[in-house]
Design a protein around this ligand. Sequence first.
Ligand code: C5P
Length: 232
Amino acid sequence: MGRDVIVALDFSSAEQVYSFLDKFTGRKPFVKIGMELFYAEGPAIVKEIKARGHKIFLDLKLHDIPNTVKKAMSVLSGLDVDITNLHAGGTVRMMEAAIEGLTREDGTRPLLIAVTQLTSTDQKAMENDLLIKEPIADVVMHYASNAKKAGLDGVVCSPLEAEKVHGCCGKEFLTVTPGVRFADGDIGDQKRVMTPEQAKLIGSDYIVVGRPITAAEDPVAAYERCVREFVD
Ligand code: C5P
């Protein structure tokens, strides 16, 4: 899988999702299913979207004891998604257990990426709430290295961190970056954003784009603009 645009399906019902996806005649965008949609509709929505021919990033951010994560990942690997994820804060041992659970009998598995520090966590919250005193950029790189050590394929990170992650973990280590906005678009609640073109220049492997596409007057045109700027 090469560089691609992943559309965040941040909807709360299957009905909304299908009416959105039905606009894409001929195109099959790579999509992200998050907690809201998965908890509302269950595994059936993953199977249905897969059957329609879309690649899927299942964004459930697992974080629990290694044995529980291993078993949960084993269930997720049966859903045949293309990418799934967990929290690097669960430790190297938890990430290794996740890989074991995700790997099928024939040796294949979906790509597994780690969330480092959520972009909603800032230095102050990390120090006060988590008692982590190091600079947040160092913590992100440390978690990314842990993910690599555990055998994961990459991380979810801010586009501003993608270059540094590649520097520390290698060019092959995937960077999946949300926080993308068109140069002439609304920023919304995202704080640090990049355009698809900038994300391409700094070497993001995948951009995750929600509202600039889902809330656009013409979502297909917005998606195609993203692809033009980021992939072509
Ligand atoms: O609508 P918007 O483009 O901001 O959506 C971005 C998507 O990426 C959402 O599904 C959001 O939950 C997700 N995300 C994010 N920032 C992170 C991790 C995930 O915006 N650090």
